[in-house]
Design a protein around this ligand. Structure first.
Ligand SMILES: [Zn+2]
Length: 696
């Protein structure tokens, strides 16, 4: 269970003219320009106390329409393009088999060559998937499903990650998992899976927008089955089978709000108990096929899902299971096949679900797959180019300041007993900061990457990762292991090993800049650092102790006081978004919203301290006419300026625990006296919330 912080929403491409930003910096060696923060971006016609997001972002939003191949465009989009260009250059430079290529260069270079070889990919057609399709077709009895599913999972990128993924795995998820009760121990995790649209609501809700996506999904399934070689008539019948089976799995799945409660997903079982949930699924065959080490026990996140799966295994015919698995193998591999497969994949997953008008250019898709498949090989070139030791040192200094602010905050708050405060401080002091990139790079020498056969490369990398994840079972937990690659523009907190993690990819402009002054850096990356640290103390994180064990360290009275404050936040974020026609659920986003609420405050406290040490005043006006506290707040808002397509916004509200960018600005600052003071806002104005929410 990892709290990933979705900082960027998705991706980028064309460099738009950015208001008041210096578009020349960084445009060297074929690299695109980076965006830099500039206070000229604010719209002085708008009262910051009425709509702070519009005050900070409206000019930028007007000047930065969403490019056709994007589902959103935000102030990190140019950075995304910059990062991907660095990776492309590294791969291109290694793509010819020159003598003296290192093992890493051979892998990233040949991966690139095979991915960009579209003629070769087109020529192969469905052939790369034929062994898997034959294995499915060859099943004589439903008892063979477990063994065949294991083979499919191993070759499917991210299948080990089960349900919590943009690309879920067929039927179920299986991987290693840190034990909730003993954070030193890796056990096996069994999770729900099996429905391709990800969010249950896409299958079950009668909201008209979600029903519209569902209707497009039916067309998509039918089209994929046709591409797999079925006649139109058979594809129509089989489509109904696939959608019926996925809907049954979605219905049986644990809902995302319940899944946020670690006590509800911590269902410890032995193999006999797992087997008893699904007598018709041969777990032993599955475990042998994936070469799973024997765990001390299994954690089954959603036992009810597996009870329902048993009924499906009994009721659906062998032919129906063959249809379901065939669809999944072709659908999930479509991005790596020829043009007709790619096009259909785009039409549903990128157009219907995200609102993109055009696919990303091929090179950007190849870069992203390489980052997923060989991330710590490719990441070495990124770090060498983009993350000097100075950046790491300054980031560490900022994180230290924010951790000190949290310590001060815990001491100051009036709703917690000294006893719980002491435990909170112990947890805070045990937090491990991972910054930039791993100390020891992952060894990919056993992954065979060739110049022919792009699907084969993807599958080889998937098998490597699947086995790597499973091999953790029974071994000690490595707190220095990374769950994101170095160029990723994102960050996360892991409550089960008490770490906060900031990849080199986000320690870049406009979030972090060596030449920027403190107010700007603390407002942008500082708030993200505070956000991640706060996650350890949000409604999920607070249930884990300093070692990462799921253990209640709160007095009953303090826990109650916490829940009251949490409810203030979840109520604030629950409501109809009329322009999108969907409703937000503050219980789904409570952890992220709490982290935003506390994160910005912690960043402000750390800024105050840093300014004090330098003998500077927060009220001193700069040449732009803004005080330091105003610059801090505008830099925060600027880091969230986002144009987003309604399709992606709705998908996000349905499935994503993060609130929309506009809410991540206005709903946060409207709770903050520090904001009201900075802009002299008065009671009764929209950015001054009566009954302001605050946890940390
Ligand atoms: Zn977060």
């Amino acid at each position: 269970m990892r709290t990933i912080c979705w900082v960027g929403l998705a991706v980028i491409v064309v460099i738009s003219p950015v208001l008041g930003q210096n578009a020349s910096t960084g445009a060297s060696e074929g690299l695109p320009a980076l965006s830099h923060f500039d206070l000229n971006v604010v719209n002085r016609d708008i009262d910051p106390c009425v709509d702070f997001y519009k005050f900070a972002c409206s000019k930028w939003l007007a000047a930065n329409p969403i490019p056709a191949d994007q589902a959103y465009w935000d102030t990190s989009s140019n950075l995304q393009l910059w990062n991907e260009t660095v990776l492309r250059n590294a791969m291109e430079d290694s793509s010819e088999p020159a003598p003296g290529r290192t093992s890493v260069q051979q892998k990233i270079g040949d991966y690139w060559y095979a991915c960009m070889n579209e003629a070769g990919i087109e020529k192969s057609g469905l052939a790369p998937l034929q062994p898997e399709l034959d294995r499915i077709r060859g099943m004589k009895d439903k008892s063979e499903i477990a063994g065949v599913l294991a083979q499919i999972h191993m070759k499917m990128p991210n299948a080990w990650n089960g349900n919590d993924n943009e690309t879920p795995a067929p039927i179920l998820g299986f991987s290693s998992s840190i034990d909730f009760n003993n954070a030193q121990l890796q056990v096996a995790g069994v999770d729900q899976g099996g429905f391709a649209m990800g969010g249950r609501d896409f299958y079950l809700s009668d909201n008209e927008h979600l029903a519209e996506v569902r209707a497009k999904y039916l067309e998509h399934v039918q089209k994929v089955l046709t591409l797999a070689g079925e006649s139109d008539a058979k594809a129509r019948t089989d489509m109904a089978t696939v959608v019926r089976m996925e809907t049954a799995m979605a219905k049986a799945a644990m809902d995302p709000v319940t899944r946020r409660d670690p006590n509800k997903v911590n269902n410890v079982m032995n193999l006999q108990q797992v087997q008893a949930l699904t007598p018709s699924f041969r777990w032993k065959d599955f475990l042998v096929a994936v070469k799973a080490p024997t765990p001390q026990h299994y954690i089954v996140t959603a036992p009810d899902f597996f009870r329902a799966l048993e009924a499906m295994l009994q009721n659906e015919s062998l032919d129906n299971w063959k249809t379901y698995l065939t669809y999944w193998v072709v659908d999930q591999n479509s991005p790596y096949l020829g043009k007709s497969f790619q096009d259909e994949n785009f039409v549903f997953y990128k157009q219907a679900m995200q609102g993109r008008k055009e696919p990303l250019p091929r090179w950007r898709r190849c870069v992203r797959w390489a980052d997923r498949d060989l991330g710590e090989a490719l990441g070495q070139a990124y770090v060498a180019k983009a993350f000097p030791p100075d950046s790491k040192a300054r980031s560490q200094k900022m994180i230290n300041g924010i951790e000190a602010a949290m310590g001060q905050d815990i001491q100051q708050i009036n709703w917690m007993s000294p006893q719980t405060k002491q435990k909170g401080q112990a947890k805070l002091h045990a937090v491990l900061d991972n910054i930039g990139y791993p100390d020891n790079w992952r060894d990919y020498s056993s992954v065979s990457i060739g110049r022919d056969g792009f699907v084969a490369n993807v599958q080889a990398a998937a098998v490597f990762e699947y086995e790597r994840q499973l091999n953790k079972i029974g071994k000690p937990v490595d707190r220095r292991e990374w769950g994101m690659t170095p160029p990723t523009i994102n960050a996360y907190e892991n409550p089960q090993n008490n770490t906060i993690n900031f990849p080199a990819g986000i320690l870049q402009p406009p979030f972090f800049e060596a030449s920027a002054d403190d107010p700007v850096n603390y407002g942008a990356i500082g708030a993200i650092m505070g956000h991640e640290l706060t996650h350890g103390f949000d409604d999920q994180g607070r249930k884990f102790d300093a070692q990462g064990n799921l253990k209640d360290w709160w007095t009953e009275r303090d826990a109650k006081a916490y829940d009251q404050r949490g409810k203030c936040i979840s109520d604030e974020y629950t409501g109809e978004v009329t322009e999108l026609g969907v409703k937000t659920n503050g219980l789904l986003t409570q952890g992220e919203d709490t982290a935003d609420n506390g994160g910005l405050r912690l960043a402000f406290m750390a800024l105050e301290e840093s300014m004090k040490q330098q003998g500077k005043s927060l009220d001193e006006k700069g040449a732009d006419g803004f005080t330091a506290r105003q610059r801090f707040l505008v830099a925060y808002a600027y880091s969230w300026c986002t144009n987003i397509r309604p399709e992606l916004a709705r998908t996000g509200i349905t499935t994503n625990p993060h609130s929309l960018p506009e809410f991540r600005v206005n709903k946060v600052v409207s709770n903050m006296p520090e904001f009201w003071e900075a802009f002299s806002c008065k009671h009764g104005q929209p950015m001054v919330r009566a009954g302001a929410c605050r946890v940390w």
